[in-house]
Write a protein that binds this ligand. Structure first.
Ligand SMILES: [Zn+2]
Length: 378
């Protein structure tokens, strides 16, 4: 059960944060509220409001773009602009086809996983509010073992307790309504955070904590810091593609999740050797700017923050690509949070990794100078 209210810690206490208590009760309460809120791709506004409300005390200004990307700004008049970025959207489903018997077939909104759908409870988001439903599935007793059906978009369906299409429509459900799983936040063994869409709302949480620490530690940055929570990453980095043109930053540090490869059925030859609990993951690849990456590696070594390395192929598959290749080329780097069970409702991360990604982004930003020229050849 979610804690409804938690006492606020005074900023003075939070300033003394060590790796152990970096996250205050107040920040953890925000994290849980933000994670449990549904923010489907293209429909992120409610989550963005929660995020902006938390951010406002830590920044000088904020703005949103037409599609809902939210940007909280420190030093808005500074010429040199640094972005720290995460994405706000959550994979979901669309109501696609309602049968005359009142069953609902769905379409993906982002990389939603059909394999995990059967027997899940969902929320259908309608103008009349949430309509609850379940992904039904035929009983084990009646399925033929030799032809056990595999869940696919062709056979998974929602049941919202209605007997006809008309009854479904009366509830406010129509084609185009978005559908999210109802699973909420929990903690395993006091150290693994579990829930839906930690990809990448944990990123939104981490960049927010960087802004909080800068404020509480009274850090004066010599440049503008644009803390950016982009929409629509899950359908092709769309929010980042838009906002990079609007901000036209000089540098971007992006955070997203990456696969932990320690659990059963993962393949290290294919996916590399990454472990939850062993620290932030730094990616190497053409989109990642080597000079900015070197700055982050040096910072990690100086601050004694353990980190892991990963090699990406053509693209990072994260908003890093949109920043790197947008606005005529923005030196960009990626700091990833290792995560288990991506795109399921039990995405898991290690608390220490969350804290260390925050520490690494915080220290890397703090160590940047204004006007830093990142060009490879000068
Ligand atoms: Zn994702």
């Amino acid at each position: 059960m979610a804690k409804k209210s938690t006492p606020k810690k005074s900023p003075a206490k939070a300033t003394k944060a060590t790796a152990k208590n970096l996250l205050t009760n107040n920040s953890l309460a925000f994290m849980e509220r933000y994670l449990n809120n549904a923010a489907p791709t293209g429909f992120e506004s409610s989550g963005q409001k929660i995020w902006l409300d938390y951010m406002k005390p830590f920044v000088d200004d904020h703005f949103v773009d037409p599609y809902g990307t939210a940007v909280a700004v420190i030093n808005p008049t500074a010429k040199y602009k640094v972005v720290i970025e995460a994405h706000a959207d959550e994979i979901s489903w669309f109501v696609h086809y309602i049968t005359k018997e009142g069953f609902i077939y769905v379409r993906r909104n982002g990389g939603s996983d059909h394999m995990i759908a059967p027997s899940k409870r969902v929320n259908i988001h309608t103008d009349k509010g949430i309509v609850r439903a379940v992904f039904g599935w035929p009983a084990i007793h009646v399925r033929k073992p030799e032809a056990d059906p595999k869940p696919s978009l062709e056979n998974i369906f929602l049941d919202c307790g209605c007997e006809s299409k008309e009854e479904v429509e009366k509830l406010g459900v129509h084609v185009g309504c978005v559908v999210t799983f109802e699973d909420e936040f929990m903690v395993l063994n006091k150290k693994h955070y579990v829930g839906r869409a930690l990809d990448n709302r944990m990123g939104g949480f981490m960049i927010a904590e960087v802004a909080r620490l800068l404020k509480e530690n009274k850090v004066k940055l010599p440049f503008g810091l644009y803390v950016t929570n982009s929409v629509q990453e899950e359908v092709g980095l769309r929010g980042a593609e838009m906002i990079v043109e609007r901000i036209r930053p000089d540098l971007a540090i992006v955070t997203d999740v990456t696969h932990d490869t320690q659990t059963p059925m993962m393949n290290k030859i294919q996916s590399g050797d990454v472990a939850c609990g062993k620290g932030p993951v730094l990616s190497y690849g053409p989109a990642v700017h080597n000079n900015l990456l070197r700055h982050i590696v040096n910072t990690a070594e100086k601050e004694k923050i353990a980190f892991q390395r990963a090699a990406v192929s053509r693209a990072t598959g994260t908003d890093t690509d949109a920043f790197a290749y947008g606005a005529a080329g923005v030196p960009s780097a990626l700091i990833s949070l290792p995560l288990r069970y991506m795109h399921t409702t039990v995405e898991s991360v290690h608390r220490e990794d969350v804290e260390n990604v925050i520490r690494l982004i915080y220290a890397s930003v703090k160590a940047l100078r204004s006007g830093q020229d990142m060009r490879y050849i000068k």
